[in-house]
Design a protein around this ligand. Structure first.
Ligand code: GDP
Length: 459
């Protein structure tokens, strides 16, 4: 693909801050920058060494817009692998906006969301899985999520995919020899060897695919709802877990009311506590479950934490909630264990296995560590915990692996039936293609636009 236009955008988040950065990329970057930048020394940008910060002013005719530091990075040694100019001006809204407008008036186009990164991919500096890792690095909510994204950015997934595809290529080469020279006296790959190779690949692909469940949670957070009748200690529990663990509080615009989502960092897992507003405002959570919105968050939750007051006997209201927990990943907390205990644990065990019941005292902060450990073991199920191994965090990658997995099963079936080599070859070609979706080798262009539109502008 030939890229001939020059793009620009504000690369920093909007708002007041020390510095704002405007990024320009493309053939005309330097030319445009020379037009709007006057260095304090009087030298042109070109007269300086590349990749040094040059002190000067951005000027519109004789009007100074802002005092800045400017850097010129000549392609291919830049973020996009094109000629890039970065202007560090004062933060806030006006400087960045005025400088961007000035640049856009010089035959430069406003960059689309993710377009800088897309260019880095199209220009071959990074592959698609690395480009996608960049957005994950930016959006990471916990250190662990960040580490996984960083590994992917460094090429951990790319290398794994390369290795798998190399295996597929070898099999394809054997198959092609067997097909093309079937009349001649060459040593053909046996069905048994084919089967061994296919089974080996299947195991590898499955292993990678199986990391996706934990990976998704690392990336998007574990959607968690806290339920229980009034006064059992839900808010106290929430405060206990939020304590020092509060990661990020986001306001999500566009929702009917301001739903506050709290991300809590539990052993590196971003716990996204949904509908806490509901817990706080409406005392009657059972009633709230009846409300469409709460039912929705309850239904879509990855984890339900139910709180019970263990100083009281189970009542109908409790049972009502317990019955709704069927088929949900649930942890039941017996709260207020500092008081005299009256709850009937036998009866409770009819609804939840004792493995998933934890005794706590939200008031005394007891049992909270156990809760953390339980959540951790539920998420990892004893599997991926090592962030240095490759973890699939992206649903697009998961989907591609699933397709590759299905094709390998087709191949195995064909091998088992001793079908002709060219049948088997089709399945191996499919595996090769599907794995290529992940690093972008075999991806279609319209899909690329969708992928990069998830980025923010300026990235
Ligand atoms: P919610 O209505 O479920 O959110 O319950 P709250 O968190 O508001 O707690 C209701 C009452 O129970 C408050 O007076 C809390 O101080 C008290 N409480 C919460 N947790 C405990 C606990 O572990 N032990 C004792 N003794 N009281 C608790």
């Amino acid at each position: 693909m030939f890229i001939d236009d020059t793009i620009a955008a504000i690369a920093t988040a909007p708002g007041e801050g020390g510095i704002g950065i405007i990024r320009i990329s493309g053939e005309k970057s330097l030319e445009v920058a020379e037009k709007v930048f006057k260095s304090m020394s009087g030298k042109t940008i070109k007269e300086y060494r590349q990749r040094t910060l040059i002190y000067g002013n951005i000027v519109d005719n004789e009007n100074t817009i802002d005092e800045v530091l400017l850097a010129y990075m000549k392609g291919p040694n830049s973020y996009t692998a094109e000629d890039v100019i970065e202007i560090n001006c004062h933060g806030g809204f006006i400087s960045v906006k005025k400088i961007l407008e000035l640049i856009l008036s010089k035959d430069v186009r406003l960059a689309d969301a993710g377009e800088f990164t897309k260019r880095a991919f199209l220009n071959g500096r990074i592959d698609l899985s690395q480009a996608e890792a960049i957005i994950d690095v930016i959006k990471a909510k916990t250190d662990m999520a960040h580490e996984v994204a960083q590994n992917q950015l460094e090429g951990s997934l790319s290398n794994k995919i390369k290795e798998l595809r190399m295996n597929v290529t070898e099999v394809l080469a054997h198959l092609e020899v067997a097909i093309d020279f079937s009349e001649e006296d060459v040593e053909e790959i046996t069905y048994q060897t084919l089967k061994e190779r296919a089974e080996g690949l299947k195991t590898e692909i499955k292993k990678l695919y199986d990391t996706a469940e934990s990976g998704k949670i690392l990336r998007d957070g574990l959607k968690t709802v806290i339920v229980g009748k009034p006064n059992v200690g839900k808010s106290s529990l929430l405060n206990s877990i939020l304590g020092e663990n509060r990661a990020i509080v986001t306001d999500i615009p566009g929702t009917t009311r301001d739903v506050i989502e709290e991300f809590v960092n539990i052993k590196g897992i971003p716990l996204k506590i949904v509908d806490t507003a509901g817990i706080r405002e409406t005392e009657d959570v059972v009633e709230k479950i009846g409300v469409e919105k709460s039912r929705e968050s309850f239904n879509s939750a990855d984890l339900v934490i139910m709180v019970l007051d263990s100083s009281r006997k189970l009542c109908d209201e409790d049972i009502d909630i317990l019955e709704k927990l069927e088929n949900k990943k649930t942890i039941v907390l017996l709260n207020k264990t500092d008081l005299e205990q009256n709850i009937e644990e036998d009866k409770l065990n009819e609804y939840v296995s004792s493995d998933n019941i934890i005794k706590i005292s939200a008031l005394q902060n007891k049992g909270i560590e156990e809760l953390h450990e339980k959540i951790e073991s539920m998420v990892y199920k004893g599997s991926v915990k090592n962030t240095s191994s490759v973890v699939i965090t992206n649903s697009r990658h998961k989907d591609a692996l699933l397709r590759a997995y299905e094709s390998i099963n087709d191949a195995i079936k064909a091998i088992d039936q001793n079908l002709p080599y060219d049948f088997i070859e089709v399945d191996f070609k499919n595996i090769w293609d599907y794995l290529g979706y992940i690093n972008g080798d075999t991806i279609k262009e319209d899909l690329l636009d969708t992928i990069f539109s998830n980025f923010c502008i300026g990235k």
